[in-house]
Design a protein around this ligand. Structure first.
Ligand code: ADP
Ligand code: ZN
Length: 608
């Protein structure tokens, strides 16, 4: 494969490119990091005509162009932010027939004046983030609905719609709105095998976040929190622990946000603590961890946000810190501004229940996610992964354990009867104190320290008790009344469970054994293969210097995966370097000499 330096295709890339080359329309659904861009870049590289890519994110376009050019493609972009003299150049290359790949914003294409220049040569019109065409998707863009009009003026060009959103409603909408003609539908498996998923009850937000960050020293990561205040507090905490980090939320000046984004992509900043406003338009493929310090709004949101980790295919970690109170906060926020229509209300409740279930069910997280998106796990199409242990989530790694059936039922009954005795007049904290036998003044005043349930689960500890209460809420045995004070109430299902009608599952965090070598980090994986940590760090430094000099993001120069392979193999000649995955001919010419010098021992500062 000219330019890219990949050894083989990822699933469905070949099929998608071949459909385009055969002039057939296609709908390509691949998870984030699945390698969608190769599907249209490859036809562009084979020189059968111009490939047009409609992309909604102007902020990303220049980086996409830079990455395509690094692979040796004659790529350009047209959008409203282009400077005038640069625009002239782009038009010249387009009209002279030089351009192989043209990124364009929907607005720019809809203006209509490009059609004449493009029509004679257009082989493929690709639509990136095609779910934007759908009301059902999460980022509806009205302009996307008018793309089919323009496409109608290129009847001979094949169409390719690409997205990571796989729900059937969105899929049908894409087909209809973009008027795909008998498309080849290619749906990839949604699982991301290089991601380690963890979901834990939240006990000490700042401390738990810091634990994750410390597992990835000097690496890129994103921490999502619910409110601006949470963001500010967590960022301050990390900064005072010496972590290179910045806060990012809608309340900050645009300039400050832009700078944080730039520094993060340029690897001059390790961690961004953000509300969900951060992420669209971030194309850093070596994000090694994504922590949700609060529970996201839905499994779809979680998949999308956590999916920003490990797009380079190397190991990365996604951690969710769950508390049932987050779900109540989401519900409150959704209702605050608007009277929700009943069906919207039901959808919201379902989404919150699903993400809650994901977070607390002591079931393999890869499996829960795959099943949520309608796929089987393990993927029956993938050979040799028949056993049920993914080895890449807290449950399968034995960090969270499923209480034995009897124990779970007994524990649940004790908690439920305490809630029952408290008669729905007290909150979680009170019930937990009751169960753990901590008599405060109010408890004593109510005479609740004389109850049989007082101290009945003392051994478990308050953290586990809080988590079990949350787990019972998510499973519908307890309910939290909304109001000024959230009150805990037993439900009809809860009462039934106390009569041994129904089943319950409870998970518990397994206390960590004294530190072993961690799993799931790139450094860890690299160390196992025996490369040289110190060399890897020097290569990263060189990459940053090269990137600064050439004005592209570091990941456009080489991915972490390429650097760690260099550090392991220590190539000495251009030929040896060429065998590293991600080193294409063009990159070999441009960057090879400097990287070989650093591998031979020269400091990055003089090799660049
Ligand atoms: P998506 O748009 O689906 O999220 P990208 O096209 O950005 O994915 O690709 C994700 C990453 O995977 C990129 O960094 C790319 O270089 C890498 N990649 C794509 N295809 C391959 C392949 N066949 N082999 C190895 N790496 C690949
Ligand atoms: Zn698992």
């Amino acid at each position: 494969m000219r330019g890219w330096g990949y050894r083989s295709f990822r699933p469905l890339q070949r099929e998608a490119a071949e459909a385009a080359l055969a002039g057939r329309d296609s709908l390509v659904v691949l998870p984030t990091g699945g390698g969608k861009s190769l599907c249209y870049q490859l036809p562009a590289a084979l020189g059968r005509g111009l490939v047009l890519v409609v992309s909604p994110l102007i902020a990303l376009m220049d980086d996409q162009v830079a990455a395509a050019r690094e692979a040796g493609l004659k790529a350009d972009a047209l959008h409203s932010n282009l400077e005038a003299d640069h625009r002239g150049e782009v038009y010249r290359r387009l009209t002279s027939g030089e351009t192989e790949l043209l990124y364009v914003s929907p607005e720019r294409l809809l203006a209509g004046d490009l059609v004449e220049d493009i029509a004679p040569r257009l082989a493929l019109a690709a639509v990136d983030e095609a779910h934007c065409v759908s009301h059902w998707g999460h980022d509806f863009r009205p302009e996307y609905r008018r793309l089919a009009e323009v496409f109608g003026r290129f009847p001979k060009a094949a169409r390719m719609a690409l997205t990571a959103t796989a729900t059937p409603g969105v899929r049908d909408d894409i087909r209809a709105q973009l008027r795909l003609r008998d498309p080849l539908v290619l749906v990839g498996h949604p699982d991301r095998p290089n991601l380690v998923y963890r979901a834990f009850p939240r006990r000490d937000q700042a401390g738990q976040v810091l634990d994750v960050v410390r597992r990835h020293p000097g690496r890129g990561g994103i921490v999502y929190a619910q409110t601006r205040k949470d963001v500010e507090r967590l960022a301050a905490g990390l900064a005072s622990a010496g972590v290179s980090c910045a806060a990012y939320h809608a309340g900050l000046p645009a300039e400050e946000r832009r700078r944080a984004q730039e520094r993060f992509v340029g690897e001059r900043l390790d961690v961004v603590v953000a509300t969900i406003a951060f992420g669209m338009g971030i194309d850093r493929p070596d994000v090694r961890f994504v922590v949700h310090a609060n529970t996201p709004r839905s499994v779809e949101h979680y998949q999308q946000e956590s999916g920003r980790a490990g797009r380079d295919g190397a190991p990365a970690e996604c951690v969710l810190l769950f508390a049932a109170s987050d779900l109540a906060a989401h519900r409150w926020l959704a209702r605050k501004d608007a009277d929700l229509a009943p069906e919207r209300e039901r959808a919201l409740d379902r989404q919150l229940r699903e993400i809650g279930r994901y977070a607390v069910a002591p079931v393999c997280r890869h499996r829960l996610l795959a099943e949520h998106f309608g796929a089987l796990y393990p993927d029956p199409a993938a050979a040799a992964s028949a056993e049920g242990n993914c080895g890449a989530c807290d449950v399968c790694l034995g960090e969270t354990r499923d209480l034995p059936h009897e124990e779970a039922l007994l524990t649940a009954k004790k908690i439920l009867s305490a809630a029952w005795r408290a008669e729905g007049r007290y909150g979680t904290g009170y019930v937990v104190r009751l169960l753990s036998g901590k008599a405060d003044e109010r408890l004593a005043r109510n005479g609740h320290d004389k109850l049989q349930v007082f101290g009945i689960l003392k051994e478990a500890g308050e953290a586990a008790l809080c988590s079990w209460v949350d787990q019972l809420i998510v499973q519908g045995f307890l309910d939290v009344d909304e109001g000024e004070y959230p009150l805990l109430r037993i439900t009809e299902a809860g009462k039934a469970l106390c009569r041994d009608e129904g089943t319950v599952r409870l998970g518990a965090v397994v206390p960590r054994a004294p530190k072993k070598k961690r799993t799931g980090s790139l450094a860890g994986a690299a160390a196992a293969a025996g490369p040289d940590e110190e060399l890897f760090e020097r290569l990263r430094r060189l990459r940053r210097l090269v990137a600064e000099r050439t004005g592209v993001p570091p990941y456009v120069v080489f991915h972490d995966t390429a650097l760690s392979e260099m550090a392991a193999l220590k190539p000495r000649t251009p030929d040896e370097l060429r065998s590293v995955k991600g080193v294409g001919d063009r990159k070999l010419d441009r960057y090879g000499p400097a990287f070989l010098r650093v591998i031979a021992g020269e400091p990055p500062e003089s090799a660049v």
